[in-house]
Design a binder for this molecule. Structure first.
Ligand SMILES: CC(C)(COP(=O)(O)OP(=O)(O)OC[C@H]1O[C@@H](n2cnc3c(N)ncnc32)[C@H](O)[C@@H]1OP(=O)(O)O)[C@@H](O)C(=O)NCCC(=O)NCCS
Length: 148
């Protein structure tokens, strides 16, 4: 397994980024400003995470996804840990926003993130079509934060 860092040619990773965020126009808003870390087994892309600097003490995870065939094997956990260690040197906090999905929320909470606030109706107001996860329509964006 290896983790590659991408600061250019990031749209090559669009297929996996669309698993974490299904609207390409939303991805375009942060892709240029993000660094992407991607996990490979041999030359196969497995998992990816886009990280953007917010200010001098905070970075934000804009997208994290694992191809379905490789989910629940620990890849996103390894990637998240790698990202936290990478940014710990220069930043104090890592944040992220996600929809109200109990699997996703428990994934982050188990790994030290705590809820800070929510943006009401974010998914309704910012996406061109309704987003469903586990049969439930996403409405609010829930923000979580972890000290690095
Ligand atoms: C969330 C996600 C990145 C986890 O990737 P992964 O490589 O399977 O992660 P790991 O194997 O390290 O850990 C699996 C954990 O993810 C949880 N999980 C979160 N969302 C999940 C989902 N939609 N489907 C399956 N498992 C999910 C599992 O419950 C498991 O939790 P646990 O280990 O704490 O019990 C992956 O499920 C995914 O790509 N989901 C779709 C995109 C997405 O929802 N991204 C996050 C939006 S912010």
């Amino acid at each position: 397994m290896k983790i590659k860092k991408f600061t250019e040619n990031k749209s090559d990773l669009m297929e996996i980024l669309l698993i974490g965020d299904e609207d390409e126009r939303m991805i375009a808003k942060y892709l240029d400003k993000s660094t992407i870390f991607a996990v490979y087994e041999q030359e196969n892309l497995i998992s990816a995470c886009a990280v953007m600097k917010i200010d001098n003490e905070t970075v934000e995870i804009k997208n994290i996804a694992t191809f379905q065939a490789y989910q629940n094997k620990g890849y996103a956990s390894i990637l998240l840990d790698f990202v936290c260690k990478t940014y710990k040197k220069d930043f104090k906090f890592i944040i992220l926003g996600t929809g109200e999905n109990r699997h996703t929320l428990s994934f982050y909470k188990k790994r030290g993130f705590v809820e800070t606030h929510r943006i009401k109706n974010f998914f309704i107001n910012n996406y061109s079509h309704p987003i469903f996860e586990d049969g439930k329509q996403l409405t609010d964006m829930i923000y979580l934060k972890k000290s690095l």
